[in-house]
Design a protein around this ligand. Structure first.
Ligand code: ZN
Length: 126
């Protein structure tokens, strides 16, 4: 019984000392004039924690602004492209551009786009 409570006391002490040790080190560094070291390492730790979060948020915001999902105007294949850039349709390899969140054909200057219209043939009989 007495032995048991002593062991519990020892375990509790080791638990407390585990928490107190970093505080003691910080206090000691502050006492010998190295408080700036503690501050710098805390700032570095904060930056290490904050930087990945900021990066992930920034990249996802940028992707949401710049990724365009639309259908190819030529073959109708739906895929994702980058806003204000030229790329090829993965299905029909037509050169396309993303403008105002839609894909448009990127044709060289001077090219006239023509839409084919189907005309039904009528036999004229006299
Ligand atoms: Zn296509």
């Amino acid at each position: 019984m007495n032995q048991d409570s002593f062991r519990n006391f020892q375990q509790g002490l080791s638990e407390v000392s585990r928490w107190l040790f970093p505080l003691a080190v910080i206090w000691l560094l502050g006492a010998i004039g190295l408080g700036w070291l503690v501050k710098v390492s805390l700032i570095m730790l904060g930056l290490l924690l904050v930087t990945p979060i900021v990066l992930v948020l920034g990249v996802s915001w940028w992707l949401r602004r710049n990724l365009v999902q639309d259908q190819c105007p030529v073959c109708g294949y739906e895929f994702v492209g980058l806003e204000r850039s030229e790329f090829r349709c993965p299905s029909c390899s037509e050169v396309l551009q993303a403008e105002n969140r839609h894909f448009v054909r990127s044709s060289p200057p001077g090219t006239i786009d023509v839409n084919a219209v189907e005309v039904t043939a009528q036999a004229i009989e006299d």
